[in-house]
Design a protein around this ligand. Sequence first.
Ligand code: NDP
Ligand code: 8X3
Length: 248
Amino acid sequence: MAKTVLITGATSGIGLATARFLAKMGFSLILTGRRDGRLSSIKKELSEFTDVVTLTFDVSVQSEVIAALSELKNQPDVLINNAGNAHGLSAIQDGDVTDWEKMLDINVKGLLYVSKQIIPGMITKGGGHIINIGSIAGKEVYPNGNVYCASKHAVDAISQGMRMDLNKNGIRVSSINPGLVHTEFSEVRFKGDKEKAENVYKGFKPLLPQDIAEVIHFIITRPAHVNIADLMILPTDQDSSTIVNKNL
Ligand code: NDP
Ligand code: 8X3
């Protein structure tokens, strides 16, 4: 039987590319996000290839997470904790508290709320696979990245903790840490300023969401005894958060 994969944040970027790729590979999908209209059209598009269930909820509101996920008929074999964003890019002394709260509530607490609902079913089944989308920002801190980097460092720690604690339960935990991927990420970070967002990806070739989707597919199709624990994926033009070979 086809494996069922739950992807949070499937309405754009990495989550959407992964949904599209896995649908074509025959995986059953549970796709989540807050934008209901996008979820409906994605369901229509991908139902041609596979079974698709969509759930609209905010990962940072625990009551919404519980309400949506406790009604699942098919427990997922694979959970991809992808929903998340950066909000703002400011020196710590200029940071906006609402932005800080969003990043910690969505990127960290949201990931925990979703995982808490899904892990018991995996334990009962005697196995499963959790993929946490971290970031290069979870491995190093860059100027003005302070709280976003903290949220992704937390994801890195949670992935390590999950791997330890779920070791006895046959549950694989993989952490994927991309560098610059051209998605709606920068548009969200810069609050809809498209020009500022596009400048992030100018003068070099960033990763595309499809690049990450293909790696996720590789990770979830390894034999049961193989766990790809921790992976960093960078554009060839990127060395680190602060060194990008730009030709402007
Ligand atoms: P996008 O902005 O394109 O996608 C973000 C997704 O997360 C959307 O589907 C959005 O859906 C969902 N999301 C955001 N907030 C919430 C929320 N409160 N509740 C539910 N869903 C939410 O960005 P990316 O695809 O780039 O980001 C995906 C992940 O990859 C994030 O965790 C990001 O930190 C990480 N990442 C991105 C990199 C990049 O350079 N782009 C590099 C490294 C990591 P909706 O708005 O419908 O709720
Ligand atoms: C997203 C990549 O470098 O903008 O996590 O933080 S970066």
